[in-house]
Design a protein around this ligand. Structure first.
Ligand code: 13P
Length: 249
């Protein structure tokens, strides 16, 4: 059975006080638009800046929602060392963090992450029992020159060397759809995610779509058979909007 995971990526947004305000409102909105069959069949994950992790690991359990988790936005491959600005897996484990995004396109684009460092980060997370969310996706230029498939297959081949596919989430995030409002058509996202699944040794890996997911396109995205969830940037910052996304119908 493939797990459904609806995830937010707050990126570099929200101070601690803003994060507290979000979580004081989010649970009320969750209840307000809950689907008819109130059985909660989906995991909710919000990946926050490091400065919010410790605080939210006390705030979120108090909400009493068994499927609501907090995650990190990256993890280093070493346990410790002279790596200014980085955070290690044992540091996350001490806070009870079980998920971390790895290889987001913004990390690759602005911070020089390569498939090699992404692969090392994935393995380090898994070694500590953290489930990494591996992000892959093509640029606008690659899409326009019909390189989408070959690019994503090469990312997967390099990123997944010796990675345990039983403790992994993948997010297909076309770069041109991130933060642009230009969502990938749901059937096209479904097609690419099907191709990604075809390259895996474990077909039950949860594969999400990410890129301009909003409360008004979530229902169509989640109706696609290959799509097991979403990774939401901008629209995860608003408690009412993100609750509606979590409560897709
Ligand atoms: P937006 O939802 O803001 O397009 O961002 C997507 C993303 O990068 C999630 O990781």
């Amino acid at each position: 059975m493939r797990k459904i995971v609806i995830a937010g990526n707050w990126k570099m947004y929200k101070t601690q006080s803003e994060a507290k305000t979000f979580f004081s409102e989010f649970p009320t909105h969750l209840k307000a638009t809950a689907p008819q069959a109130a059985v909660f069949d989906r995991q909710i994950l919000i990946c926050v800046p490091y400065t919010n992790l410790s605080l939210l690991q006390t705030v979120v359990p108090a909400i009493g929602h068994a499927n609501l988790h907090i995650g990190a936005q990256n993890v280093h491959w070493s346990e410790n060392g002279a790596f200014t600005g980085e955070i290690s897996a044992p540091m996350l484990v001490e806070l009870g963090i079980k998920y971390a995004i790895v290889g987001h396109s913004e990390r690759r684009q602005f911070f020089g992450e390569t498939d090699e460092t992404v692969n090392k980060r994935l393995k380090a997370a898994q070694a500590y029992g953290i489930t990494p969310i591996l992000c892959v996706g093509e640029s606008k230029q690659q899409r326009d020159t019909n390189e989408t498939e070959s690019w994503i297959f090469s990312q997967l081949a390099a990123d997944l060397v010796d990675v345990d596919q039983n403790n992994l989430i993948i997010a297909y995030e076309p770069i041109w759809a991130i933060g642009t409002g230009d969502t990938c058509a749901a059937n096209e996202a479904n097609r690419v995610i099907g191709l990604i699944r075809g390259r895996l040794t474990n077909p039950n890996v949860t594969i999400q779509y990410g890129g301009s997911v909003k409360s008004d396109n979530i229902d169509e995205i989640m109706s696609q058979p290959e799509i097991d969830g979403v990774l939401v940037g901008g629209a995860s910052l608003d408690p009412a909007g993100f609750a509606r996304i979590v409560n897709y119908h």
